[in-house]
Design a protein around this ligand. Structure first.
Ligand SMILES: C[S@@+](CC[C@H](N)C(=O)[O-])C[C@H]1O[C@@H](n2cnc3c(N)ncnc32)[C@H](O)[C@@H]1O
Length: 427
């Protein structure tokens, strides 16, 4: 069999043999939009994921070399609560990556790099969902981050739950499988080989081995639902029905005579609450009519009924995301975090010394303490250190605090907190 060629044009090679970076070839010459100012100065002690330490803080100033008026590029972003940050793992050392890696949660076992969030990957690009605290001029202030000071940031995108969370998408093919195959993992041919009305959903839907479901399995039949689910469903429907009345009016404005209540429902479904498009959130949340006569197609000012394709049985419930069990089960339980009286005093002194500004990022001593607790509770040590290293002392810096602690069985104890040296600024 002939080997499939890589899609896309061949890379443009210059006389010196270098590959010319062009969008066409996917060779992108990136330019950081800014360098992160973060409360974490080094990799050691930086949380492995943003969810670990909600008190961690950072600031990103958009560079003037990217936009003359950086504040223009941030216009409207303040209306979002969370943002995706795309960045470069610039402190990976020499660029090296392997097909299989050992994520801390696998406790030494290996898995494919693309099934992990390992920093060591072909393009050394990181992706963090951070809370947007505020937008000020050409700068954004973030919390809940896992990047170190000086991290080059490539892009910011608003987090939009309807687009970014499978819980807000309609159930993909998986629902069929649950009914027919009892969670049988899909193979590529199973997924892409079919040509029914749901192919589009299959392609856009999340297709993953059915190893572990991150949220509790929801029953597919309305009668199987708990009262709480029924309540939620009822509320969803109520929310959706409100904008539908607008479509009723709009259909009437357009001079459409609807034959029955049923066909109106179909028309409304097709139109969605914002006009002609249907948002993922609405799909499956309202009741389907028993028989589907057709859809209202609006073209310019004319509206006509068109026959509908057969209904897709998967559209009955929302999709959940699935992750393998090892992702959810941490190799160690959260550690208890203690502060020696000495460390407590250090922290208090650090934040109350009149001769110096207390913290650059944290807004209070309590916040600093919470951040230290969160970092240690998640056990920031590498698997090697945790399992094999006799030396149980551990140091890390967060904001202006240089923390010394040690680990015992099931706990971490903070021994000293000193003023950290100023982090090096990247321009
Ligand atoms: C496991 S990665 C996850 C990053 C991101 N949330 C993701 O999923 O792509 C987080 C770790 O990367 C390391 N790190 C953070 N910023 C870095 C940088 N600029 N260069 C290299 N390593 C970095 C820190 O050790 C941190 O604990």
């Amino acid at each position: 069999m002939r080997r499939l060629q890589d899609p896309g044009p061949p890379p443009t090679v210059t006389p010196c043999g270098c590959v010319k970076p062009t969008l066409e070839t996917g060779n992108l010459l990136t330019e950081p939009i800014g360098y992160l100012e973060s409360c974490f100065t080094a990799k050691n002690g930086t949380p492995r994921q943003p969810s670990i330490c909600s008190h961690s803080r950072a600031c990103l100033r958009i560079r003037k070399s990217i936009f003359n008026n950086p504040e223009h590029s941030l216009m409207g972003l303040e209306q979002f609560s969370h943002v995706w940050i795309l960045f470069v793992f610039h402190k990976n050392g020499h660029l090296s990556y392997k097909a299989k890696v050992q994520p801390p949660r696998l406790n030494g076992a290996k898995t494919g790099v693309f099934s992990t969030r390992s920093p060591h990957r072909p393009n050394a690009i990181g992706l963090t969902l951070a809370k947007l605290e505020k937008v000020e001029g050409g700068a954004i202030y973030l919390s809940g981050i896992d990047m170190i000071h000086g991290t080059p940031v490539l892009d910011i995108k608003p987090y939009i739950a309807d687009y970014d969370s499978p819980q807000n998408l309609m159930a993909p093919l998986r629902d069929f499988n649950m009914q027919n195959n009892q969670h049988k993992p899909k193979t590529v041919s199973q997924t892409y080989g079919k040509t029914n009305c749901c192919d589009q959903q299959q392609l856009s839907g999340y297709v993953a081995p059915q190893l572990y479901q991150s949220t509790k399995e929801k029953p597919t039949c309305p009668e199987d639902r708990t009262s709480e689910e029924n309540y939620l469903k009822h509320n969803d429907t109520a929310k959706i029905q409100q904008p539908f009345s607008k479509h009723r009016e709009r259909a009437a404005d357009l001079g459409v005579k609807l034959r029955s209540h049923q066909s109106l429902n179909v028309a409304e479904e097709q139109m969605g609450p914002h006009g002609l498009e249907k948002t993922p959130l609405e799909e499956g949340t309202e009741k389907r009519p028993a028989s589907r006569e057709g859809a209202l197609i609006v073209q310019g000012n004319s509206v006509e009924m068109q026959p509908m394709p057969p209904p897709c049985p998967a559209r009955t419930r929302k999709a959940d995301s699935i992750v393998p069990a090892w992702m959810r089960e941490a190799p160690t339980a959260p550690l208890e975090v203690r502060f020696t009286p000495h460390a407590e005093m250090d922290l208090w002194q650090l934040s109350s010394d009149p001769g110096q500004a207390a913290f650059r990022y944290f807004q209070s001593t309590e916040e600093a303490k919470c951040a230290i607790e969160a970092v240690l509770s998640a056990d920031p040590r590498s698997v090697y250190r945790r399992k094999l290293c006799q030396d149980r002392l551990f140091y890390f810096t967060v904001d202006t605090a240089h923390v010394t602690c040690w680990f015992g069985d099931g706990f971490a104890e903070v021994l000293r907190i000193k003023l950290a040296p100023e982090p090096v600024h990247t321009t």
